[in-house]
Design a protein around this ligand. Structure first.
Ligand code: GLN
Length: 192
């Protein structure tokens, strides 16, 4: 595992929590704010936060081209919540100029479960990581409203896909990093 280098896009959002989980799994972690910091990474976490803000910062830091290039070159993404919005093919209820990385063939709707008060901590069945349900948090979560034929649904919440995988990209509508269960991060790492 020590050869694996994972970056966390550290423009905004819950960077520190992802870092803690990954380091607890013995991975070398690098915070990414500059294009040069993408060099040599096997995986990149795009954290939760606010996708419209992250989108603006990606543009301001001139990161869109370098990110697209890195993913075209084989970089794998673990995206959570706002990160999953950025990774989608289509964003509903987004801003017209919002960045789309189009890493997965999914259509997402922002804030699909309502406002902050409707956020929830739940035990989610994710058979790919074991029979014990995973504690996760949904915080102003998006919904994945459509998935393309190449997308595997690993877990669902309220009848909508909540964890999906396409190739080596793993996209989650919830936060697995604040409830202390490292199994989804481990699943991502096992594909690198
Ligand atoms: N609602 C936020 C957005 O649109 C995502 C919330 C989150 O990442 N927890 O970006």
């Amino acid at each position: 595992m020590s050869a694996v280098k994972v970056g966390i896009l550290a423009l905004q959002g819950d960077v520190r929590e992802h870092r803690q989980v990954l380091e607890s799994l013995g991975v070398e972690v690098r915070q990414v704010r500059l294009a040069a910091e993408l060099e040599g990474l096997s995986g990149l976490v795009i954290p939760g936060g606010e996708s419209t803000t992250m989108s603006r910062l990606i543009q301001r830091f001139d990161l869109l081209g370098p990110l697209q290039e890195a993913f075209a070159g084989g970089l794998a993404a673990l995206t959570t919540c706002a990160g999953t919005i950025l990774a989608a093919r289509e964003i509903r209820d987004g801003l017209p100029d919002q960045v789309r990385l189009e890493l997965l063939d999914i259509v997402v709707r922002r804030n699909a479960f309502g406002r902050q008060r409707e956020s929830a901590e739940v035990l989610l069945e994710v058979p790919a990581v074991g029979s014990e349900p995973v504690p996760v948090a949904f915080i102003r979560a998006p919904a994945i409203e459509e998935v393309g034929p190449g997308v595997e649904v690993l877990a669902s919440y309220r009848d909508e896909p909540a964890a999906v995988r396409q190739g080596r990209h793993l996209a989650l509508t919830f936060h697995p990093e604040i409830t202390g269960d490292p199994r989804l991060h481990r699943l991502f790492l096992s594909g690198l």
